[in-house]
Design a protein around this ligand. Structure first.
Ligand SMILES: NC(=O)c1ccc[n+]([C@@H]2O[C@H](COP(=O)([O-])OP(=O)(O)OC[C@H]3O[C@@H](n4cnc5c(N)ncnc54)[C@H](O)[C@@H]3O)[C@@H](O)[C@H]2O)c1
Length: 412
């Protein structure tokens, strides 16, 4: 394919060299004439392993050309990538000035040349900026731009390796024909292709970077705690990383309700207290319980913003397959709804069973007797409720929910 890449920075240059190496014909466009000159001389404008050789080969094969003339590039291309920088403003917002200008220029050229194009957003942007780009294309070059997203996951230093061997190729596209073209473009990459909406795919990129930042910060806070305690943090985290069942795994990574139970809250609290004793600040770990509390608050708000007063809560234990109510966020939710005067009924087969057999009975009787009175023995007793708040989907819940027409609020 003939491809234009707008922006010859870290992402644009690596993409240009790798697409050219794969057999595509690439036009690299940059407003910086120095970068254009360097690429045309077969050299790399950035420091990146093996990129110099790749650009030299691409130039020698005639499959890579750089230019400052967007028009020259676009008229030859069927597909163009936008890889312009999206730095931060001082308030944290994305500074999309350069990116929006590049989109405007693309639209103007397409209009002037009576040409159409698949334009692929390669830069990291949030959905609001995507909408702004879309508006520019629709207003300046109506019907000429098929706009989609293909986030970049490469890391500087290993950019070529990451480009050629990514964990997946992510396409943010809603048109099957465009999807087909993009799949063809990436045929040389042996990685699974995932297709999402443009907005979803943009968020995968932001979630990934936030998660990477989270991992580094977490490891550093544990490391600092270990250091203060005279413990080898490298050894601690090395073994931590060997747990691929819970630690380095997909476990706990789906959005849902708050954590709770007899271990997580108390152990997080203990770490925070230990750090306090060392005069050590660990803001990430200290933020876990307040963040968890916000999850409960949001659930209360969601119930309050419904007009219903008779509420059925399905699930009281902190997870589905236990009768343990200690620090259960559902207990917290139930207490708040009760405090706000809601007419509440609670169904939890494990807790009801516990009540009957005496397991956990003492906790129920002593700590939450006011909730135990609201427990119903059968899900059918929720039939009069106006809103069902679903904490856990017990086996018999689906059938009941199918048989009644009660609005649902899913927490899990
Ligand atoms: N650097 C990374 O490792 C990395 C990895 C993944 C994603 N990203 C994202 O990719 C995007 C690009 O990042 P980068 O690090 O390659 O940026 P960069 O600053 O290295 O390069 C941007 C290039 O765009 C050029 N440019 C600006 N306006 C232009 C215009 N109107 N026309 C043509 N060229 C123009 C600039 O001259 C510059 O060479 C950002 O959104 C970034 O968040 C970066």
């Amino acid at each position: 394919m003939e491809i234009t890449i707008v922006g010859l920075g870290y992402v644009g240059t690596v993409s240009a060299a790798c697409f050219a190496a794969a057999g595509h014909t690439v036009w690299g466009v940059d407003i910086n004439p120095e970068k254009v000159r360097i690429v045309n001389e077969g050299r790399t404008p950035i420091v990146e392993n093996n990129l110099g050789e790749k650009i030299a080969q691409a130039r020698a094969s005639g499959r890579l050309r750089a230019t400052s003339d967007l028009r020259e590039a676009l008229i030859h291309s069927e597909v163009s990538f936008v890889a312009v920088a999206t730095p931060s403003r001082s308030n944290g917002d994305i500074d999309a000035t350069h990116l929006l200008r590049a989109c405007k220029q693309i639209a103007q050229v397409l209009m002037e040349c009576d040409h159409s194009q698949i334009v692929i957003m390669r830069s990291s942007i949030l959905p609001s900026v995507f909408e702004q780009c879309n508006e520019i294309f629709n207003a300046t070059a109506p019907g000429r731009v098929k706009f989609c997203v293909n986030p970049e996951f490469l890391r500087e230093g290993t950019a070529i390796e990451d480009f050629e061997h990514p964990p997946f190729t992510l396409l943010g596209v809603e048109d099957e024909q465009i999807e087909g073209t993009l799949r063809l473009l990436y045929k040389f990459i042996a990685a699974p292709v995932f297709v999402l909406s443009p907005q979803e795919s943009l968020l995968v990129k932001y979630a990934s970077n936030a998660y990477h930042a989270l991992k580094i910060t977490f490891a550093n806070e544990i490391g600092a705690l270990c250091q203060h305690a005279g413990i080898d943090g490298q050894k601690v985290m090395s073994v931590f990383c060997k747990d691929t069942k819970l630690n380095i795994s997909t476990r706990y990574l789906m959005p849902g309700f708050a954590f709770g139970g007899s271990c997580l809250p108390k152990d997080v609290r203990a770490l925070s207290y230990a750090a306090k004793q060392y005069d050590l600040e660990i803001p990430l770990i200290n933020s876990l319980l307040p963040s968890n509390e916000k999850v409960v608050q949001r659930a209360v708000q969601r119930v309050c913003s419904s007009k219903f007063r008779r509420i059925g809560l399905i699930g009281l234990g902190f997870k589905a397959n236990t009768d343990d109510l200690r620090e259960s966020p559902f207990v917290e939710l139930a207490e708040r709804l009760l405090g706000k005067g809601y007419d509440l009924k609670i169904f939890d087969p494990n807790v009801s069973l516990a009540q009957l057999t005496g397991s956990n009975k003492e906790y129920i009787d002593k700590v939450i007797p006011h909730l135990s009175r609201l427990l119903v023995g059968s899900i059918d007793e929720l039939v009069e409720c106006e809103l069902l708040v679903i904490g856990h989907r017990y086996p018999n819940v689906r059938e009941f929910l199918r048989s009644v027409k009660i609005p649902l609020l899913e927490l899990g």
